[in-house]
Design a protein around this ligand. Structure first.
Ligand code: GLN
Length: 275
């Protein structure tokens, strides 16, 4: 089959399976399998698609039609202009989280930073690469996630100290900045998310228990032991959690609390300073 025709056929198949971005996904998977780009598809679309590539393409299309996220099929996701490796052990980095990184970057130069619940390592690695911190430590409960984060740090040449454990359990030093994008969706709501997320992304990275605030409660309560005086705590939050997280931080002795919106105009980041 010719290349252009294979892409058209793929688009039809994904659309019939109810994939919203059928045309885009058909192309991305084609580029992934063939190593060609948009320009080459336009120029050489009438050439035959090699047999091996065709069957590899079909395998991935079947998985995408079953709502596996595109990024787990290609194995990567862009974040802060960097390419991160991903697999089903980690949450796929979201654009929302770039707002968190951008806020932290304003304060991060020359600082010691701790990223709690690092997942793919997208926050820790971006900060290490882009913000000139003195040092970055990142922790996660999941060994499988840490393996991905370590690979990302290596591929992107970021120096990070990784620790495995439950929140602060493996942490022994103190920091200027603690940052976290913890699981924050309430259990009932995780069940209602799109199948790509609900059935394929790690439940553990999404589920913030009954009211979605469990990790904010634990992290704000424990953070001061790992922060220098005037240290800062940064969170990504769900768009309806600003007030609750603001309250939790205040209760634990944080002041100058700021809420920032994401590009969609929704509350997305909360941070404050230890008083
Ligand atoms: N910190 C990681 C991210 O922002 C993982 C977040 C999570 O697992 N909840 O992608």
């Amino acid at each position: 089959m010719r290349r252009a025709e294979a892409v058209r056929e793929a688009e039809r198949m994904l659309r019939e399976a109810g994939i919203t971005e059928a045309a885009l996904d058909a192309k991305y998977l084609f580029f992934h399998v063939t190593g060609l780009n948009q320009m080459e598809l336009l120029l050489y679309g009438q050439e035959e698609l090699e047999e091996v590539q065709y069957s590899r393409y079909q395998q991935l299309l079947v998985r995408r039609a079953a709502h596996e996220p595109l990024q787990y099929l290609t194995g990567e996701q862009e974040f802060m202009g960097l390419t991160f490796r991903v697999n089903p052990a980690v949450l796929i980095p979201r654009q929302d989280t770039e707002c968190l990184v951008e806020e932290v970057m304003k304060y991060a130069s020359g600082k010691r930073i701790l990223d709690v619940c690092t997942g793919s390592g997208c926050i820790a690695v971006s900060l290490a690469k882009l913000a000139k911190p003195e040092q970055v430590t990142a922790c996660d409960l999941s060994e499988a996630a840490l393996a991905v984060a370590r690979e990302n740090a290596k591929l992107l040449e970021a120096e990070i100290a990784f620790k495995q454990g439950d929140l602060f359990e493996p942490i022994e030093e103190i920091y200027d900045i603690i940052v976290s994008n913890p699981p924050y969706i309430c259990t009932a709501e995780v069940r209602r998310l799109m199948p790509e997320v609900r059935e394929h992304e790690p439940w553990m990275a999404l589920d913030g228990a009954e009211d979605g605030l469990t990790f904010y409660r634990r992290i704000t309560a424990e953070a001061r032991r790992y922060l220098k005086p005037q240290g800062m705590l940064f969170f990504e939050i769900g768009c309806e959690q600003a007030e609750a997280v603001h309250g939790l931080m205040q209760k634990q002795g944080f002041g100058n609390i700021v809420v920032k919106k994401d590009y969609a105009g929704l509350d997305r980041v909360v941070y404050g300073t230890l008083e």
